[in-house]
Write a new protein. Structure first.
Length: 477
């Protein structure tokens, strides 16, 4: 059986993989932590624990999952509004298993300002063509057409797409139809198989990690946490500088900063006998303001997994904040930009998006370079599919590195013990017959999460350097 293929009637008496209740709970925990940002790295427990033929474990996931939307009516944007990308939605998707009925996973990458409805349908035709050509079994082909018709009907109901990209998971026998609107682009594609194809979602999570934008000046601060292209949290505060006070007790008319300002907000002020004393007093209040910004950044980093920090504002304010950051936060600063605190969220995201992408590409290039340098020195790293798969099977991989959108076919044990490019008959660990897998990248991804390894998808320069080898990894030992 090919990976992503269904259990055909002739194969239903054979061995299959089923998730145990405990593994499903741990899988749910992984997604919830990954999306909430409470952890920096986490493992994805495997969900392919074989229970053997004749087991009643398949009843652990009913044919109609009560947590899924029920779609007896005609599918449309009104009857099935897209769900927000988050932990609850992913819980429902990743736990779905349909080894007989199948699940159609479709990723449509659209640009609302450029694509018309006819363009959506044309993009879908491009997705369905390779699926139809690869499906040879008549029963599976019939099920595939049923799911294609459901998604086509849903997309035809759009006047405009609900997001920058849309992921759709459909299984009619289980009464499941889950559309997810995304604010970031994804790699377009479609899969029909026994479980949802979530690799593009994981690649998007890796590409668009949570980061914080800190806009500051001498009095005001604006902190934005951004995840998957959307502003998650917004913190704003202002600490007005004190005006200058004359010895007579009134506000100095020559104090430009205090002119026309409500003194009730500024407090009684202080009396300074010299310009230098007033300047030092202003510096003191600016320092208190910067320290509050640092405290807020520290609090955010403790509550969420902030991968990077981008600083914006006037040059003197950025310099003051940068010098006040502790090492743990300073190491996450990816760049700076001259920005105004009154700019809209969209303007800010447009400017920092370039900085974030450059930082991600630099991180990927450094990681691949490290692997390429380690391997000739026999240091803990591997290159190539064979060595990478062997290290994954041994549980030695610390970070798996794959080229986004690329995979390779091979053979793997249905128990998840072993995978190889060249054909073998049985697994060397359990002596079970191996299955042919069309997508070893998906198998490697599941194995990496099962062994608490992290995963990095690379693009650009890093992808060009890794592509001749196919895959690589840093090792624990």
């Amino acid at each position: 059986m090919a990976d992503g293929g269904l259990v055909t009637p002739a194969e239903r008496g054979g061995r299959a993989s089923w998730p145990t209740a405990g593994k499903r709970r741990r899988l749910t925990t992984y997604w919830r932590e990954r999306c909430s940002g409470r952890v920096v790295t986490a493992g994805w427990p495997g969900v392919y624990a074989d229970r053997g033929p004749g087991s009643d474990s398949r009843m652990m996931l009913p044919r109609r999952d009560p947590g899924m939307p029920h779609n007896k009516a005609v599918l449309s944007l009104e009857t099935n509004p897209p769900q927000t990308f988050g932990a609850d939605t992913l819980d429902r998707v990743v736990l779905l298993e349909a080894p007989i009925d199948g699940v159609l996973s479709a990723y449509l990458d659209v640009e609302p300002s450029e694509t018309q409805r006819e363009g959506f349908e044309a993009a879908l035709l491009d997705l369905w063509k390779p699926l139809r050509e690869a499906t040879k079994d008549p029963d599976v082909a019939g099920r595939l057409e049923e799911e294609i018709d459901r998604i086509n009907a849903y997309v035809r109901s759009w006047d405009e797409p609900p997001g920058r990209a849309v992921a759709i998971f459909s299984s009619a026998p289980r009464d499941v139809f889950v559309p997810i609107a995304l604010d970031v682009p994804v790699l377009a594609g479609a899969r029909f198989g026994p479980r949802p194809h979530v690799l593009p979602l994981i690649a998007a999570l890796d590409e668009h990690e949570r980061y914080c934008v800190a806009l500051v000046d001498r009095e005001r601060a604006r902190l934005l946490t951004v995840w998957m292209g959307r502003v998650e949290q917004r913190i704003e505060f202002e600490e007005p500088l004190p005006g200058r006070v004359t010895r007579g007790g009134g506000w100095s008319a020559g104090a430009a900063r205090g002119a026309g300002r409500d003194s009730s907000r500024m407090g009684p002020g202080r009396i300074h006998s010299s310009q230098g004393g007033y300047a030092r007093h202003i510096d003191y209040h600016v320092d208190l303001h910067v320290q509050r910004v640092v405290a807020e950044l520290w609090r955010l980093s403790r509550r969420q997994a902030i991968s990077r920090i981008i600083i914006g504002g006037p040059p003197e304010a950025m310099s003051a904040l940068r010098s006040a950051l502790p090492r743990s936060l300073a190491e996450r600063v990816a760049g700076e930009f001259a920005g105004e605190l009154f700019a809209s969220d969209a303007e800010i995201l447009g400017r920092v998006g370039i900085i974030e992408e450059q930082a991600e590409r630099a991180h990927e290039a450094a990681l691949v370079k490290e692997i390429l340098e380690r391997v000739p020195k026999a240091e803990p790293a591997v290159l190539g599919w064979d060595d990478t798969l062997t290290a994954l099977c041994d549980g030695r991989v610390h970070e798996l590195v794959l080229v986004e959108g690329e995979t390779v076919a091979g053979y793997a044990c249905p128990e998840g013990h072993f995978a190889v490019i060249e054909r073998i008959d049985t697994c060397p660990f359990c002596n079970e017959p191996v299955w042919q897998f069309d997508d070893l990248a998906a198998w490697a991804l599941r194995r990496a999460f099962a062994t608490d390894a992290t995963v990095e998808f690379v693009r650009g320069e890093a992808a060009a350097a890794l592509r001749p080898h196919g895959a690589g990894a840093t090792l624990r030992y």
